[in-house]
Design a protein around this ligand. Sequence first.
Ligand SMILES: [Zn+2]
Length: 134
Amino acid sequence: MVCVYCSSKTEIINTRHQSRTNSTWRRRKCLRCGALITSIEQADYAKLWVISDNKGKLKPFKRDKLFVSIFNSLRHRNTALSDCEGLTATVISKLSKLLTKGQISKEEIVNTTLTCLKHFDKAAAVQYKAYHTS
Ligand SMILES: [Zn+2]
């Protein structure tokens, strides 16, 4: 990774694995201007996971789509953004245990998200359910 300010090489000065989000946090230092930069390495789920809908149609899993659907259910909270970050990580962690050969059904995603929201905020769960179940 190059410096975001001067495009020079950077060196890694600290690395931490974040087990809750299955990601790696890194602090880098620019070798030219000395700027400190934080980077986060995460799996690209869109290239690894496939969602099947109830008609058997397949499409790539998009973490951002899950994030937005959870965020929309949490809009009434002052801490919606940070709550959504944590909940999205929790849902992805639970989904990873349900995968079969990299594939997961839309129904499993909706049910897992709903279960997590019910434990966290009942109003958010009601909101999510209204838009994601028939
Ligand atoms: Zn720099």
